[in-house]
Write a protein that binds this ligand. Sequence first.
Ligand code: HEM
Length: 493
Amino acid sequence: MELFGTVILAATLLGLLFLSLFKRDSIRYTKMPPGPTPLPVIGNLLQVNGGRPHLSFIKMSETYSPVMTVHFGQQPAVVLVGFKAVHEALVKQADAFSGRAEIPVFMKVNEGYGLVFTNGEHWKQLRRFSLSTFRDFGMGKRSIEEWIQEEARYLVEEVRKNIGHPFDPTFFLSHAASNIICCIIFGQRFGYHNDNFLHLLSLLNTNVRLLSNPFTQLYNIFPSLIKVMPGVYNKIWNNSKQLKQFVSEQIEKHRETLMADSPRDYIDNFLIRMKQESTNPSTEFDVNNLLVNVSNFFTAGTETTSTTLRYGLLILIKYPHFQEKIHQEIDSVIGRERPPFVKDRRNMPFTEAVIHEIQRFIDLLPLSLPHVTTQDISFRGYNIPAKTVVFPVLHSVLFDKTQWESPYTFNPRHFLDENDQFKINPAFMPFSAGKRICAGEGLARMELFLFFVSLLQNFSFSSTEDPEKVDLTPYTSSLLNVPQAYKLNAHKR
Ligand code: HEM
């Protein structure tokens, strides 16, 4: 009986504690958007498919609303589904939705530095500086267009060596995309057989896989698990440490050879700015921010563009008739002798439409990166407090039935008008939208055009199996949509 009384008392106290916590939160979270009822401790985790969370959100939104509250553990987050909701938030209320959520694994790896996972004045200054340096692509001896054209020549040569037998294009494409970001940040490219560089690329590739691992998602929801079961986190951390070590050595070499009046690349520009601000005690321009920014650009600039190229080739071998139409356009606008230029885009509406459709269809970052509200917001009649995590589901925008004629079909006509001229659609958001829109968008678009066109100018590609059997379903999906491993054949044109 005594035991029974103790249990009742403990249960009552726990209940009161729970209610008081709930009450405290409920004041802050009054009139939040609707959503599924959370369970204690785990919230709505059981309702979210770890491998394809964006699909669970779309399904939930049919019951609740395009603006919903979903609980990750005890943490409520707002999930935005469909073009209208995402556009209204990220574009129309751009400032209020422009924060970056604290993602525990990234916070630990980046230690609060760099621009991708930070906020406020710190983020603004580093983003402004980086965008203006990227825009200044003419810095150093060559323009970025020339760097890409040169890299495309190397890529074509590597593919040529593989004519006659099926090959996996992953490595060549990562190398090509990575070399472009290397030219901008380090002022140099690395050879296709440089072992040190190959090792770095394999670390990046492993980290993208580990970041999509269900364990990593659990760390992000319950950060204390990192202390209890650190296995996967330690691997990510060790790989990032090796990457940072490589970047540190590059920074050191740059310091030794820096000439303040002729910056060669991003690192030089940053070092010059560090010198100019050396007497400012609150400067954002210090060596930690340089190290993390450069490491982030290296990662963001390699895996995203190369995965798009790899997925794009898979789509083109499934649909050889689209490949043929691009061949015809290349032959009539560029010919076979000169390299493609960015200005050719204007005269190549079909090729442009296919590249846009590839980006729409592969839906590279289905959930974007999570945002956070920067202030208390009133949105569609709901109250969303400051610092609430927000997931803009880009997948639901790129496949929104109200915006696309046939969202689940690969259809370049989504980007062509009745006169076969290129037309943009505001729901084309693979780079997200608003104040946090991808800082490498311009660069990525140049790379995609020049690399795809250079490859198709020189080769046609075919599948090793019946094209109809080529499977376009992603192999993993939780952070990046990654295609299934495949081999293809290259044929000289
Ligand atoms: C096809 C290629 C790419 C795609 C689809 C892509 C997509 C994205 C997306 C969806 C975001 C999140 C935006 C948000 O928070 O709302 C992002 C952020 C970012 N991307 Fe990209 N990206 C690509 C290539 C690149 C490249 C080449 C760079 C190289 C510099 C880059 C640098 C960044 C940076 C620095 C951010 C963080 C921006 C910020 O927090 O202010 N991306 N990207």
